[in-house]
Design a protein around this ligand. Structure first.
Ligand SMILES: *Cc1c(COP(=O)(O)O)cnc(C)c1O
Length: 365
């Protein structure tokens, strides 16, 4: 049996008629950049989260950058974020004019450890960017308490966590601003790059809009950037959005089936869902003994797996200048060589889940 890591084409086939006609309509109307489909998507996505504003943009990396420009950063101000994420989270801190401060994670949930954040806060600290990694919310109560205590802003990186909740509330609604990616492989994905910035603060929303559109067409009240959502991407996202809840349920069911199948294999640890969290399993990540051998064995059995991510951010060449040693991030280092992302996508069948599980069991036998 062949099990791909994800199957975006299968998802397309299920929606083919609607997607094809949505694309055709955009072409017919020549509403290639922004347009009414994009307006509709912004409204519907904000509404789904229970927020007042969504400002679309070109991708999830821009969303982080624009959010940080909005909240304000100047040379030397420090922003604390997780050592374990995709590089967008940290590179945008630097690009927006700040200094990256990496914090270790909770090794059970892979999200930033609030107890370790506090010791990194100093007079130069202005904000924290928790990442809801793999689809699971960071510990938002503890993080918001730190924001209150030290007067810091919070940007939630929700790129992997559409409809994930913490204590029953959607991620992206806790911080000053939430940022989303609609990269094709994300839980809600376009057919190219796409991103969104959400907030309840009208002043922020106005500024985000202005900045992302060259400071306003014909106004140019400030210098901005060009970060827009294409009409075709907006139209596709509108077709897909009504299915997001169903897809999220499917991901959770697949994760539960994996959990049941794998929980008794002593050489692996299944993902931990925090008691206050609804994990949306953008990725299903296990910790495995002899990880690289297991990955190879699964590949030989036509099962595609990935590493998200194979190194903590501070140890890539781009952050060599920070001079970190592995003892700075003992938690992340403890699992970095053990994590493995198994296939998960809404269209995955239980038969496929069972096959992957069985191959893992056979590998350790
Ligand atoms: C995907 C992702 C981003 C960036 O999104 P793009 O749309 O690819 O620019 C940011 N943060 C995290 C955690 C991501 O997974």
């Amino acid at each position: 049996m062949k099990v791909p890591f994800q199957d975006l084409y299968a998802q397309y086939l299920g929606l083919k008629l609607e997607i094809d006609s949505a694309i055709e309509k955009v072409i017919k109307n020549t509403s290639f950049i922004r347009g009414s489909d994009v307006d509709t998507f912004e409204e519907e996505f904000a509404k789904l989260l229970g927020l007042n504003h969504c400002v679309s943009c070109a991708n999830g990396t821009d969303a982080l950058y624009i959010a940080m420009k909005c909240l304000g950063l100047n040379g030397g101000q420090e922003v604390i974020t997780s050592a374990h994420s995709w590089i967008s989270t940290s590179e945008t801190i630097t690009q927006a004019g700040g200094k990256v401060v990496f914090c270790d994670t909770n090794p059970a949930t892979f999200t930033i450890d609030p107890e370790l954040i506090e010791q990194k806060i100093n007079d130069n600290t202005v904000g924290i960017i928790p990442v809801h990694l793999y689809g699971q919310a960071a510990d938002m109560d503890a993080i918001m308490a730190l924001a209150d205590k030290y007067n810091l802003w919070i940007i939630e990186d929700c790129a992997q966590a559409h409809l994930a909740t913490y204590k029953g509330r959607n991620v992206g609604t806790f911080g000053d601003i939430g940022t989303f990616s609609f990269y094709p492989g994300k839980n809600l994905g376009a057919y190219g790059d796409a991103g969104g910035i959400v907030t309840n603060n009208k002043d922020f929303a106005d500024w985000l809009e202005l900045y992302a559109r060259h400071g306003g067409k014909g106004q140019h009240t400030i210098e901005g950037i060009n970060s827009r959502l294409d009409g075709i991407q907006g139209a596709i996202l509108n077709v897909k959005l009504p299915h997001l809840k169903k897809w999220t349920r499917a991901r959770r069911q697949i994760a539960h089936r994996y959990n049941q199948n794998l929980r008794n294999i002593s050489q692996i640890e299944i993902p931990v869902e925090g008691s206050f969290n609804r994990h949306v399993y953008h990725l299903y990540v296990i910790k495995a003994d002899r990880r690289d051998e297991l990955m190879k064995s699964l590949k030989e059995n036509q099962i595609e797996t990935t590493l998200n991510y194979s190194r903590l951010l501070p140890f890539y060449p781009a952050y060599q200048y920070l001079g970190h040693s592995t003892s700075d991030f003992p938690n992340g280092i403890s699992y970095e060589q053990r994590i493995l992302s198994l296939p998960i996508f809404p269209e995955m069948t239980f038969e496929q889940v069972d096959y992957v599980s069985e191959q893992i069991r056979l590998f350790y036998r």
